[in-house]
Design a protein around this ligand. Structure first.
Ligand code: ATP
Length: 350
């Protein structure tokens, strides 16, 4: 089921007439059968967007379509959505089976069929052995699977997940996010996954939507958005360690940071630019500029160094292990790997 948002806006008005534009004129098409990660910093409007899609929150203006159906005014329970929140909200006094089956009771599904569908869903999420337990007897990851099974048992048209992994520890998060991906693939259900964790979104999403201040900044396949950010915000939001940002200028096709020439061959007028270089895009090269290592950190396979470049502190990921702090090395960056942004607007220039 394709989901289309047209000029969707939500303005919250609080008591003293203070207005918050949580979602600002959002237009977006979420393709059918895909897993979409809705991503952005705290307060950027992710949950508000999801709640409007679910029908739990009424838009101030704009429209929501499921396929060709305009669902903007349709009640939440009639939209055919499955919702999973970060606190799984399972009924503690019910067994796992009763929890999963609960939504079917209101739908007049016959008991035999309800039990069968419950078992199928439990199997899909891998908890069919735990049907007789109560939520309190399950781990966080298992509880989350029950919540997903409960959301899916109604055969919804759309699955909406709001920070579903944030109560899990690091290892379980990793495992559960792979499970979510598998379940989504097996069911083919259009799924929107809200998170502020860029790595989580990038690792499981077919496409990500990066938001800031209630506005879509960019949508696309994770790797494409990472390598071709449309603006400075997106470039900074994606990547760990983060992209290096510094001010520079283009002069006769060459890129300078202060007096240091970083790369050549830019087909651009002379102008000031904001430069973005990802830490992994610096290469050790005798012909490059000189960098004095001020700090070094080895974590597993990666060595991160820090060095000053025209008064900015840079990070580079390198594979040279024999270096020590205060060593000098020479680094280059390929022109194709350099991101240039307009210093005023942050829009990408190259
Ligand atoms: P987080 O990652 O912290 O959950 P989010 O991106 O999901 O954040 P939203 O919860 O959608 O952000 O909130 C967007 C903006 O709307 C925030 O500035 C928030 O304070 C505001 N907001 C959300 N709900 C309300 C409300 N009921 N009344 C007033 N303002 C609200």
């Amino acid at each position: 089921m394709e989901i289309r948002l047209e000029n969707l806006t939500k303005v919250f008005v609080e008591k003293k007439q203070k207005e918050t534009i949580a979602v600002n004129d959002m237009t977006l098409t979420i393709p059918s059968g895909k897993l979409i990660g809705l991503l952005g910093p705290s307060g950027c409007g992710k949950s508000t967007t999801l709640f409007m899609i679910s029908g739990l929150l009424k838009p101030t203006s704009g429209k929501i379509f499921f396929g060709n159906d305009d669902v903007t005014k349709l009640a939440a329970e009639k939209r055919g959505i499955g919702l999973v929140f970060q606190n799984y909200a399972l009924y503690p006094h019910m067994t796992v089976q009763q929890n999963i089956m609960f939504p079917l009771e209101n739908l007049n599904v016959k008991r035999d069929e309800a039990i069968e569908r419950t078992y199928d869903m439990a199997k899909l999420v891998g908890i069919e052995e735990l049907l007789d337990r109560k939520p309190g007897q399950l781990s966080g990851g298992q509880q989350q699977r029950v919540a997903i099974a409960r959301a899916l048992v109604k055969k919804p048209r759309v699955l909406l997940l709001d920070e579903p992994l944030s109560n899990l520890d690091a290892r379980l998060r990793l495992q559960t996010r792979e499970e979510i991906k598998r379940i989504q693939r097996e069911t083919g259900i259009t799924t929107i996954f809200v998170t502020h964790d860029q790595e989580e979104a990038m690792s499981i999403s077919d496409e990500i939507v990066v938001m800031n201040y209630g506005v879509t900044q960019q949508m696309g396949e994770p790797q494409k958005v990472y390598t071709n950010p449309d603006n400075l915000f997106v470039s900074k939001f994606l990547g760990n360690p983060p992209i290096n940002i510094l001010e520079g200028r283009i002069s006769k096709g060459k890129l300078f940071a202060g007096e240091i020439e970083l790369a050549d061959g830019f087909d651009m007028e002379n102008r000031n630019v904001t430069i973005g270089i990802r830490p992994e895009d610096f290469k050790v090269d005798a012909n490059g500029f000189e960098a004095k290592i001020t700090y070094m950190e080895c974590i597993g396979r990666d060595t991160t160094i820090r060095f000053p470049l025209n008064e900015s502190s840079m990070r580079a990921l390198i594979d040279s292990e024999s270096l020590v702090e205060s060593d000098k090395i020479n680094l280059t960056v390929r022109k194709e790997k350099v991101h240039l942004f307009d210093p005023e607007t942050g829009a990408v220039l190259n």
